[in-house]
Design a protein around this ligand. Structure first.
Ligand code: ADP
Ligand code: MG
Length: 695
């Protein structure tokens, strides 16, 4: 296999553009890609034609505008290239207009009330900064999605807007440090993806997995992850064959799949790509998740992307490694080695510190979902409290700056930023704090709270926007300064003083941290119902408006969509539990009870002395548990009717979190107890042990 040749073979990338496009057209398109200049119609039609010829050569028959509605997954509507000719035949045709705009029927996508169904029309617009690609015989054109009144209906457009805001403010800062060569600053992301891989037959046999993506019942297996023998362990043949095929498919799509290994839980794995510009990383992560499912199917496997497929077993997240880079290749979160580089680094670092502290709520809610609620705060993922880790060395530097004392680490006096040099900051890979929600890892931050199913667009919109906003404030202050180095020093020290409460280098999983965080006044938004309503807080709406990322209406509509989604997911889970409880578990346990009763009868017929105490005890135990479980299905049904009466999505979400979930948990507890006491042949679906050790 020739990987370099295979890499990107299904992508209309720069290389292909250069080969297939006339020089002038290529130059003009390249300018659009690099600088975001508008594309003129003439260029678009030449590009469209070249794209079509290239795609047809590769066997494509259709094209689609590939977009990311607020469902969190991607959407596509395929049109063939055929165009009839006078002689009753067809030619393959693709116009500039078809490339640049599309009109999917938008009426069935969530819009949170932005677009009433009577004005159903929405349109998609090409994002030339993300390459077109071929997937299953269709040319896919990455696009943004709008309503005709101009409101944004997708996840991509605000992401691009947040990148624009960051670019604008970061360039102002760079100019202050005398950088005149950088034309653009963009955020970079490498998203590490966790997932479970189970046998397809196990999946098909569990309605809860099919309907809700996670198990709603299941007693703990005798062996779980306690031996820690899976993490980085040898990869089983079947899994490694899957991973091999997956890599090839991803490489063909130009995705830099790099690292793969087993994760903590049995059947759990991880795939990490090499980082790239955020909008591309976001598109590629969507493609990666889709490709994982497809390749798994070819191997008789099922890929579970849910945040918590199995209770009591580690869930799956997505670590969002984030930094900022110039078009000239400078990583702005790299500390550098000269006083000027150090000063610049500290300023960017402080922008992140201030941003995370002031917008804990936005970061928290950007990772809020019914699925992720099972992870955050469950001592396996970061807690629901947002804080950041910067490591001992940086903490020492910051402390020295704040108190104007010697930095003890190297005995060097850190007196003035921009004048003195910082001590060496080791790029550690070892003493990494894995419990921190937002950890500095030498030259980037790792935002570790994202759930495995998430589109990374949402959280990155927030990170980009909040950092842009702090950079704006710093730039405003520094641009007017008479002595730059003094002003820089002062801004950094002031930020440390005001925002150091957000820095926590200890273990985030402890009870003490929860108390300490409360003392520091940090937010603890325990679940989605508590977190999501903060989206529309006045300070947040102002932030989005100031940075031209969202309008007020877009904020409230997005918030409503997320709240409604939370309620919908829980409704599906509750209904699935009722169905499995009534139709599968209840009758199964009764069959076992009946056979136990028959055994008692038979034994008694044989003579008085034969012991029937076990059977009788089991019958009694199972009968009461089964009745109790059945009663809970009725309770849940009533609660679901009550939930429908809430018109305000925030109130409905609160009702689910506080009233419905506890009863679902009670019902599950009865079922799991019965599972442990029911003979295997009667249990109506595969157990945790069957599923987790199935591959
Ligand atoms: P580690 O294993 O220490 O976490 P890696 O270098 O392997 O560090 O990176 C983990 C993830 O972070 C990878 O996806 C990688 O591409 C990404 N990453 C590395 N540098 C950056 C950066 N400057 N910006 C964004 N992501 C990055
Ligand atoms: Mg990592």
């Amino acid at each position: 296999m020739n990987v370099p040749e295979l890499f990107g073979e299904n992508v209309f990338n720069l290389q292909v553009m250069q080969d297939k496009l006339p020089k002038e057209v290529f130059k003009s398109l390249k300018k659009t890609i690099d600088e975001g200049t508008p594309l003129d119609a003439g260029v678009a039609s030449v590009v469209a034609n070249a794209m079509k010829d290239w795609a047809v050569e590769k066997g494509a028959t259709h094209y689609t505008h590939w977009f990311q509605p607020m469902t969190g997954i991607t959407a596509e509507k395929h049109d063939s290239f055929i165009n009839p000719t006078k002689d009753g035949k067809v030619i393959m045709d693709f116009s500039g207009k078809e490339l640049v705009v599309g009109e999917p029927d938008a009426s069935s996508f969530p819009s949170g009330g932005v677009r009433a169904t009577f004005e159903a029309r929405g349109y998609t617009a090409w994002d030339p900064t993300s390459y077109a690609f071929i997937k299953d015989g269709t040319l896919c054109i990455p696009t943004a999605f709008f309503s005709y009144s101009g409101e944004v209906l997708d996840k991509k457009t605000p992401l691009l807007k947040s990148m624009r805001a960051l670019n604008k403010q970061a360039l102002r800062i760079l100019r202050l440090f005398g950088n005149t060569t950088a034309k653009r600053v963009y955020p970079t992301v490498g998203a590490e993806q966790e997932y479970f891989l189970i046998d397809r037959k196990m999946y098909d046999a569990r309605k809860d997995l099919v309907f809700s993506g996670r198990t709603l019942f299941g007693a703990k297996p005798p062996k779980g992850q306690e031996l820690e023998d899976h993490y980085f362990g040898p990869i089983k043949t079947r899994v490694s064959e899957f991973m091999h095929d997956l890599d090839i498919e991803l490489w063909k799509l130009g995705i830099l799949a790099k690292t793969k290994h087993n994760e903590v839980a049995p059947s759990q794995h991880e795939l990490a790509p090499i980082f790239t510009i955020t909008n591309v990383a976001s598109d590629q992560n969507q493609l990666m998740m889709e490709t994982m499912k497809k390749v798994a199917a070819k191997h008789g496997l099922y890929c579970l992307l849910h945040e918590k497929p199995f209770a009591g077993v580690n869930g799956s997240g997505k670590h969002n490694n984030w930094s900022m880079s110039t078009d000239t290749g400078i990583n702005l979160l790299d500390p550098g080695s000269t006083p000027a580089e150090n000063g610049q680094f500290m300023l960017f670092l402080m922008a992140v510190v201030k941003a995370v502290d002031e917008y804990q709520d936005l970061l928290r809610l950007s990772v809020a979902s019914a699925g992720n609620d099972h992870r955050l705060g469950a001592n396996e993922a970061p807690p629901a409290i947002v804080s950041m880790y910067i490591g001992e060395e940086l903490a020492g530097v910051i402390d020295a700056l704040e108190h104007e004392v010697k930095y003890s680490g190297k005995g060097k006096q850190v007196m003035k930023l921009g004048v003195d040099t910082l001590p060496d900051l080791p790029k550690d890979t070892t003493d990494r704090n894995r419990t921190s929600p937002f950890a500095f890892t030498g030259n980037k931050f790792e935002f570790r709270m994202l759930g495995s199913t998430f589109s990374i667009a949402g959280p990155n919109i927030i990170v980009n926007t909040i950092v842009a906003d702090e950079l704006r404030q710093f730039a405003d202050e520094l641009e007017g300064a008479s002595d730059f180095n003094t002003a820089l020093h002062d801004v950094v020290v002031k930020t440390i003083k005001e925002h150091k409460r957000i820095i926590f280098n200890g273990n985030n999983y402890t009870e003490e941290w929860t108390k300490e965080a409360k003392k520091r006044g940090l937010l603890n938004l325990r679940n989605s119902a508590e977190a999501l309503p903060h989206f529309a807080d006045k300070k947040n709406i102002e932030l989005f408006k100031r940075n031209e990322v969202f309008t007020e209406r877009e904020v409230t509509s997005r918030m409503d969509i997320m709240l409604e989604n939370y309620c919908k997911v829980l409704t599906i889970e509750a209904l699935t539990m009722i169905e499995m409880g009534k139709k599968d578990i209840y009758p199964a346990v009764n069959s076992y009870i009946r056979d136990l009763c028959a055994t008692v009868q038979d034994k008694k017929a044989l003579g008085k002395d034969i012991d029937v105490s076990v059977e009788e005890a089991l019958v009694s135990k199972l009968s009461s548990a089964n009745s109790a479980m059945y009663a809970k299905t009725g309770d849940i049904e009533k609660l679901l009717i009550e939930a429908k009466m809430y018109e305000d999505p925030a109130k409905a979400a609160k009702f689910f979190a506080e009233k419905v979930i506890p009863v679902m948990q009670e019902m599950r507890a009865y079922a799991d107890e019965m599972e442990m006491n029911t003979a295997k042949q009667y249990w109506p679906f595969p157990t945790y042990g069957d599923i987790l050790f199935s591959v």
